[in-house]
Each structure stands twice: as C-alpha cells, then as structure tokens.
Design a protein around this ligand. Structure first.
Ligand code: PEP
Length: 253
C-alpha cells in the first residue's frame, strides 16, 4: 500500500514573511491524523526558518535541488549533508526548469540523486517530455532515458528510498494539465518498466504527477491507479488550494 504524498515546490517565490504565513496556514489547516504525507520545498534561504517553524510538525521539509558533490569549492551549491542538518527530508532533482534553463544533464542529475540517497535524503526525481517530444511520439523513450541514467548510477534498489515525479514539461506552469488518462498511461508505463526488473520495488515506489495540478483537477488525477500524489507548483503557494489538493489525495489516492 503506497501512502499518498503531496509536495509543494515553491520555486523562487516568497519572502520571510510570506513563507512564515503560508507555513502557519498549512499547519493550522492540516487535519490531525494525516493519511497523506505532505512536504514543502521552499527556496534554500528560507529553509532554516521553515526548519524552526516545522519542528515536531508532520510537514516534511525539502529542498529544490541538491549538490552532486560532497563538499568543497563548488560555488553556489548546497550539499546533502547541509540540507540534512537543516531538517530536510526531501530534495527535488532533475526538475525540468533545471534541465531547461540551467542545462542540467542526465549525468549531473544522476550524481545529485546519488548524493541525496547517500545522505538519507529522499530524492524526488522529475522526469517528463517536452511538447515537441510528445508530438513526435517520443514520450516513453524520453522517460526511459531519464530514468535509466539515474538507475544505472544509483541502482534500482535506490528507488526504495526515492520518489518519482512524472512532470510533462508542457504542463508545468502552463495551466494545461495532462488529462488523468494521459498521466495514468505514463505512470503505468513507468511502473511496468520497473516491475520487469523488480516487482516489489515497482509496487512500492510512489509516482507523483506534476503539471498544473490545482484544487479543481486534483481529484480526477489522483483517482488514477498509478498516481500516488502530486508535485505542486503554482497551486502550492496558496494555503487554501494546497490544502484542497492534500485533501483530494487523502480521499482518492
Ligand atoms: C512544478 O514546478 O513541479 C510544477 C508542477 O509546477 P505547476 O504546478 O505550477 O505546473
């Protein structure tokens, strides 16, 4: 039985004040005994204050990326050990905005993923095709390549400590979400691909959907058998919509 997971990716948004207020609203609005695991990934600079505010709360703290090295002269990077010290449980890796705008390669993403695993952070590995690739019928080929690059380096067993997020690039921040059937088709493909190698890993790994999930469409997406929750961008910046999405995951995942 896979416990649903809903994670907010706050991207490069927020101020000290708005982060404090959003966390306070989430802490107040979340039901007592949560069936769903909930996480938030603020920008790095807000992690220390979020760590303080979330002490002994059920909300998991996460980062939006993690360094591909242990320690040293790597300006601008933040290591897995540093993130652990500030209470992080999760780290997004391979987000399409990193692939697209910062040229992060499959090899770099695999190294980031491996660092997360090594230090006991749960990587949320984002994979997904562009619109051009979908229209060219390359969706499965793209997710295969993105997944294989990571599993070849970190091993299939690493998925016992990781989460996959299927995020079609054309659906991220565009308001154009995949239909539940389109998303389910790719989620089922990923699970079957993993099952061919190890049935237990495939059955247990959580595969989140991400791409313009909102309070209105979450229920239908989460009702699909291979969708185990969501990675939420825009709609995670408002407590009301994020809480509605969490509730939908609790009811339908
Ligand atoms: C994301 O950034 O991972 C994402 C899914 O964004 P949005 O929900 O805004 O499409």
């Amino acid at each position: 039985m896979r416990r649903p997971l809903v994670v907010g990716n706050w991207k490069m948004h927020g101020t000290r004040e708005s982060v404090r207020d959003l966390l306070a609203a989430l802490l107040q609005g979340l039901p007592g005994n949560l069936a769903v695991e909930v996480g938030v990934c603020p920008a790095y600079v807000f992690i220390p204050q979020a760590f303080e505010q979330l002490q002994s709360s059920p909300i998991l703290l996460g980062a939006q990326n993690v360094a591909d090295r242990e320690v040293g002269a790597f300006t601008g990077e933040v290591s897995a050990a540093m993130l652990k010290e500030f209470g992080c449980h999760l780290a997004i890796v391979g987000h399409s905005e990193r692939r697209q705008f910062y040229n992060e390669s499959d090899a770099l993403i695999a190294a980031r993923y491996q660092q997360a695993i090594k230090h006991g952070l749960c990587p949320i590995l984002c994979i997904g095709e562009t619109l051009k690739q979908r229209e060219a019928g390359q969706t499965f080929e793209v997710v295969d390549a993105q997944l294989d690059a990571v599993l070849e380096r970190a091993g299939l067993d690493s998925l016992a400590h990781a989460v996959i997020a299927y995020e079609p690039v054309w659906a991220i921040g565009t308001g154009r979400t995949a239909t539940p059937e389109q998303a389910q088709e790719v989620h089922a493909y990923i699970r079957q691909k993993l099952a061919a190698q190890d049935r237990r890993i495939a059955e247990n790994v959580r595969i989140l959907y991400g791409g313009s999930v909102n309070a209105e469409n979450a229920k239908a997406l989460f009702a699909m058998p291979d969708i185990d929750g969501g990675l939420i961008g825009g709609a995670s910046l408002k407590a009301d919509s994020f809480l509605t999405i969490v509730q939908a995951a609790g009811e339908t995942c």
